[in-house]
Design a protein around this ligand. Structure first.
Ligand code: CLF
Ligand code: SF4
Length: 297
């Protein structure tokens, strides 16, 4: 499959530690935690913590303003020459905080023109922002899609807040799924590389994930990252899905194997924090506290 990858795409992934298995030992990423709010409620998320669509539960990231984010990015780039990607992945949904997210991306783009920009989103408002992301040179977008079935979705999402209204149940699922699919279609049209994260929840969406991966292939998604649900009590109390078990490693491997026939699978995800810094296997966020970088409020 790698040999069939067009040269332009190879160039885009060559130094992205999440999109390329080869790159993840050589290049570093950092996340800028500038986005506190969220516009949906996943049942596996405890909103006191980081967005569980990319992070392990139970983690609280330091929130930054866009200007502080730029200072931090410059400090990290100086200290870690392997830094190749700057992403926004929370602590809520980056696109539910469009002003803070876009301002941060614009500041980084102007100050660090060679860095790759990356975001991760639940996809609810993605289609409205694709033009702006393209203008800012965001080349990599991750959308968390857990199901394409609105009945399954009703078990995964408690509510969504969309165009001034709150929706629940299958209606919420229907809107979210439709918006996510419109979002990834718009990304494909613009040639923005798309990764889909799916949280594998045993007994709820596990059997559906291979079918989901077929749809992703049809929509030109580059990479599929099936992540195990993390639900141990030490990671915090969940909003819903109380008592829900995590998948076994064997179950995860099996689903990835089935889905892998349709879309390449990412298997080196670390479910990082919204303020992660460093190579994927490490987290140096504690070394770059904003109080040390910029003692002025
Ligand atoms: Fe960050 Fe995500 Fe971009 Fe990577 S993380 S926004 S694509 S730069 Fe990577 Fe971390 Fe897994 Fe995410 S290992 S949680 S997949
Ligand atoms: Fe939590 Fe879901 Fe919102 Fe992420 S998208 S912050 S997991 S509710």
């Amino acid at each position: 499959r790698a040999d069939a990858t067009p040269a332009g795409v190879k160039q885009k992934v060559i130094n992205h530690p999440c999109y390329s298995n080869d790159a993840h030992h050589k290049y570093a990423r950092m996340h800028l935690p500038v986005a506190p709010a969220c516009n949906i409620q996943c049942n596996y998320c405890n909103r006191k913590y980081d967005c569980a669509n990319e992070s392990r539960p139970g983690v609280v990231s330091e929130l930054l303003t866009p200007k502080q984010a730029l200072l931090k990015a410059q400090a990290v780039a100086k200290a870690i020459p392997q830094l190749s990607v700057i992403g926004i992945a929370g602590p809520g949904d980056p696109l539910a905080n469009p002003v803070r997210t876009m301002e941060t991306l614009a500041l980084i783009r102007a100050a660090m023109p060679d860095i790759k920009l990356c975001i991760s989103t639940n996809g609810l408002t993605l289609v409205d922002h694709v033009d702006e992301l393209l203008k800012l040179g965001v080349d990599h977008v991750t959308v968390t899609i857990n199901t394409l079935d609105e009945v399954i979705a009703a078990q995964i999402y408690k509510w969504i807040y969309f165009e001034g209204r709150r929706y629940e149940g299958v209606e919420a699922g229907r809107i979210l799924i439709q918006r996510q699919m419109e979002g990834i279609a718009a990304l494909a049209k613009e040639g923005i590389l798309t990764k889909v994260n799916s949280v594998m929840i045993p007994g709820i969406n596990d059997g559906h994930l291979p079918e989901l991966s077929r749809e992703l292939r049809r929509n030109k998604v580059f990479l599929h990252n099936i992540m195990p649900l993390i639900s141990k009590p030490e990671h915090g109390t969940f909003f819903g899905l109380v008592g829900q078990r995590e998948p076994l490693t064997t179950e995860l491997d099996e689903v990835r194997e089935l889905a892998g026939g349709n879309v390449s699978q990412m298997k080196h995800c670390q479910q990082c924090r919204a303020d992660a810094v460093g190579m994927l296997e490490e987290d140096r966020s504690a070394e770059f506290s904003i109080e040390d970088i910029n003692p002025e409020p």
